[in-house]
Every structure is written in C-alpha cells, then in structure tokens.
Design a protein around this ligand. Structure first.
Ligand code: ZN
Length: 210
C-alpha cells in the first residue's frame, strides 16, 4: 500500500494519499493549501486519483477540493452532514457516506466511522485494519475544538470513547500537526492525550475548559 502523510498550509494541516500499488488507484484525503505537493506524490507513484475523501467539511480541509476535482474528476466522499458544503463548492459528483460504509481503493478497504463532536460531518477513516485517519476528531495529544458552529461536547466525548476502545496498535493519523510527533497510536493517545485520559464526561468537561 502507498500511504503518504503530507503537511500542507499555514494551519498545519495534513492531507493524505492512499494508493494501491498494483492497480494504481488512489484516494486523496482532505486536499487543501499545497495541491502541488499532493499531485507530485500521485505522479511519483503513477497513481490515478479517483476518489476524494473528506474527514469533515471545514474550510481548511476542503479548500482545495474543487481544484483537485477539476483536475481528476474524482468523486467526493463526504458525510451526509457535510454534503451541502461540498455542493456549495460547485461539485455535484458527491457520494455521501455514513457509519459502517466501506470504500474500495483498488484492493484497499477503507471503513467509515462517524465521529461527530468537533463538527456533525466528522468521520474517521480506517485504512485496512491498522491505520486510522482521524481528521479533527483526535489529534496527537489533543482533539478538535467544540466551541464553533456545529460543535457538541457530549458527542465528542462519545466519539473519543469509541476511538479509545479500538485496538491499541492502530496508528493514528490526525488532520493537523499539533502534537509532539506527526502520527501516533491509540496506545500513545490513551497514555498521553489529556482528553483520552479522562475517566468521566465531567472530567472531560473540566479538561476542555482548562
Ligand atoms: Zn481543521
């Protein structure tokens, strides 16, 4: 599997390219800011990007979607709660996704987890069995804020509990480079992430405020 984490832009975003080495099919996750970096990686591996995956429909994650769409004509996969934001970019080739959906990229299976909290459209993508792209649901040693439009602290708590219960060896690939390392594991987050270390919703609420 080809899997590239690509730092882009001034807000320390990460885009990702996932490709099947044999079929050369590929997906790009959250294309934004520095599209030439993303396109060069696709070119380097001779990939055909035919899917655009969105972790959530915030501007800093979808800023480059229209331009990548115009180049690739790839379908945009977004949670149904974010469909309107993609439509507003002038794109009609949208596949809405929800909890439990599977997306194929060549022979690679990607499972969708709906993880609202930061935004209602937040999803995580489990690539195969051991790589989790977490968007702004979970960062290395942090998590997305809930004090903006669509944020919901209770849902975020529930979503983070779900991720905490996953296999500890799963690697965590966040939507921003905000931690001490660029990617980690569920185990690392359980031990080092103040939000995942909380034992109750009440404690979570007070850690959020501090
Ligand atoms: Zn973000």
């Amino acid at each position: 599997m080809i899997f590239e984490q690509i730092p882009v832009g001034q807000m320390q975003n990460f885009a990702y390219v996932i490709g099947d080495e044999k079929t050369k099919e590929a997906a790009v996750v959250d294309p934004a800011w520095e599209l030439s970096k993303i396109l060069n990686i696709a070119k380097k591996h001779s990939l055909k990007m035919n899917k655009i995956l969105i972790t959530h429909a915030d501007f800093d994650h979808i800023e480059g979607v229209k331009e990548i769409f115009d180049i690739t004509n790839a379908a945009v996969y977004v949670h149904k709660n974010g469909e309107k934001d993609i439509r507003n970019l002038g794109i009609k080739k949208i596949k809405t996704i929800d909890e439990g959906d599977e997306i194929d990229v060549g022979k690679i299976k990607i499972s969708v987890l709906h993880t609202p909290g930061h935004k209602p459209s937040c999803v995580c993508f489990l690539i195969g069995t051991d790589k989790l792209i977490t968007g702004d649901t979970l960062f290395v040693e942090g998590c997305g804020r809930v004090d903006m439009r669509g944020g919901d602290i209770k849902k975020q708590w529930e979503s983070l509990q779900r991720l905490k219960d996953m296999d500890e060896n799963i690697k965590v690939y966040p939507g921003h480079d905000y931690g001490s390392i660029q990617h980690s594991t569920i185990k690392h987050e359980k031990e080092n992430n103040p939000f995942l270390r909380c034992g109750s919703f009440e404690e979570f609420g007070s850690v959020r405020q501090s």
